[in-house]
Design a protein around this ligand. Structure first.
Ligand SMILES: [Zn+2]
Length: 172
């Protein structure tokens, strides 16, 4: 049975070195910090990386495996930056498929790679906000009062999010 591209990289140091070199040499660095894959993309815009004939993997998953090792079975590698071509590991995090889908439905989104949710924060049953809403709140110029009304949470909650006392694991 053929191994998957990610298995090949994990199990073979030489292949991992080649993959690392290939990933970097066929990418461009953006001011945002995104490292964009410049070769093949799939229909949804994710970079496609080939390590052997019939052994492909998505570039952001390859980058994750090279940096941190195998991806746990029930988790997926998600983008903080909403850029499916990006494979900068600083822009990636692990989340569950279920949470990702739930967020998608809530936002009525077409694309499944944006606004992904991490395993902390929203996995907590008491969480009222999604990870992407937290990022919106941090980026917003509106007052605590306005944001509290808009998102249906207390002003104290907004203040804590902005002061990074809540959702501390989220960058932004
Ligand atoms: Zn990025």
């Amino acid at each position: 049975m053929a191994s998957t591209a990610l298995d090949i990289i994990t199990g073979d140091g030489d292949k991992a070195a080649i993959a690392y070199w290939k990933l970097r040499s066929h990418s461009r660095w953006l001011m945002s910090g995104c490292i964009e894959w410049m070769r093949a993309l799939n229909k949804r815009g994710y970079g496609v990386f080939s390590i052997a004939p019939n052994a492909n993997a998505l570039t952001h998953r390859v980058a994750w495996v090279l940096a941190y090792g195998p991806i746990p079975n029930d988790l997926c590698v998600l983008h903080r930056c909403d850029n499916p071509r990006c494979h900068n590991v600083d822009h990636l995090f692990l989340g569950t498929r279920q949470e990702n889908l739930a967020d998608m439905r809530r936002k009525d989104r077409q694309r499944d790679y944006s606004g992904c949710i991490g395993i902390r924060g929203e996995a907590n049953a008491n969480a009222k906000l999604s990870a992407s809403q937290v990022l919106e709140i941090r980026a917003a110029c509106a007052t605590q009062d306005a944001l509290s009304k808009q998102y249906g949470v207390s002003r104290e909650h907004i203040r804590d999010i902005r002061a990074r006392r809540k959702w501390v694991h989220l960058d932004g």
